[in-house]
Design a protein around this ligand. Structure first.
Ligand code: F6R
Length: 252
């Protein structure tokens, strides 16, 4: 029996454009926090997420959505950046989300290269209710690059050449970005109760199709998500462009 026959494919919500996909993911995060104010959220950074945080901040300001009782664990961080570096994921989260909502500072958790085991233990103790993911052009989730194993936990990894090429634009001109990062592992991500992955834009179409319809293997780390019983995909029509036609009308 092939991997495709063995495992159910995740629910896939395909929206007409990027903005609609970001709004749909934000609504699902808000619904989680409304249903369970003490939710533990696994959070992602990246350009795909900026609109999601913008929408959540809007709901906080205008609709009373509160994160006061919630806890967060971020997926990953670059190694070797000084505190406050503008391209760090800590700065990204502060700029796009934490500075604008009411999540208490000591409920926010960011991974550190010198404290991987402690991070893993803190996640295991609390348990993540909802893990948010983006996807790299090479299928990475967090910074679990191709080759990452299903048993991997929070650790320091080498960034793949295609990730270095894609993310260098987030660093000031003339500055070489770090070659290493700390990331939750695949097993850490799969320990979450629910997982939602956002994919937008044509550049993600191949990685998304391989993840959902190719073999479940380290070559595409996002394919491991099919081992989890509660995974949803939210994407726009560009990212869904290479999915099989039976799926392109699917809704979640
Ligand atoms: C970031 C992360 C990465 C990104 C991925 C997509 O915390 O975990 O896996 O989600 O690299 O990044 P963008 O959205 O910039 O294309």
């Amino acid at each position: 029996m092939t991997a495709e026959q063995t495992y159910e494919t995740p629910d896939c919500l395909i929206l007409p454009d990027r903005r609609a996909a970001e709004a749909a993911l934000a609504e699902r995060i808000a619904a989680q926090v409304c249903a369970k104010p003490h939710s533990v959220l696994g959070l992602a950074t990246g350009n795909s997420m900026i609109g999601v945080y913008h929408a959540l901040v809007g709901m906080h300001r205008n609709d009373g959505l509160s994160f006061a009782k919630a806890t967060s664990f971020n997926l990953d961080e670059y190694c070797g950046l000084l505190a406050g570096h503008p391209s760090s994921f800590a700065s990204f989260m502060r700029e796009h989300f934490f500075a604008h909502v009411d999540m208490p500072r000591d409920s926010v958790h960011l991974p550190r290269e010198d404290a991987c085991a402690e991070y893993e233990a803190a996640i295991a103790e609390k348990g993540i209710d909802l893990q948010i993911l983006g996807i790299g052009r090479n299928g990475h989730i967090g910074f679990n690059e191709p080759g990452a194993t299903v048993t991997s936990r929070t650790r320091v990894v080498d960034l793949a050449p295609e990730t270095l090429a894609a993310n260098q634009r987030d660093f000031p001109a003339g500055e070489t970005m770090p070659s290493h990062a700390v990331t939750m592992g695949i097993a850490t991500i799969l320990s979450a109760r629910k997982i939602l992955l956002l994919a937008t834009g044509e550049a993600k179409a191949k990685a998304l199709a391989d993840a959902l319809e190719g073999p479940i293997e380290p070559r595409n780390p996002a394919s491991f998500l099919r081992l989890h019983p509660k995974v949803g995909i939210v994407c726009d029509s560009e990212a869904a462009g290479l999915l099989s036609s039976t799926r392109t009308h699917a809704d979640a």
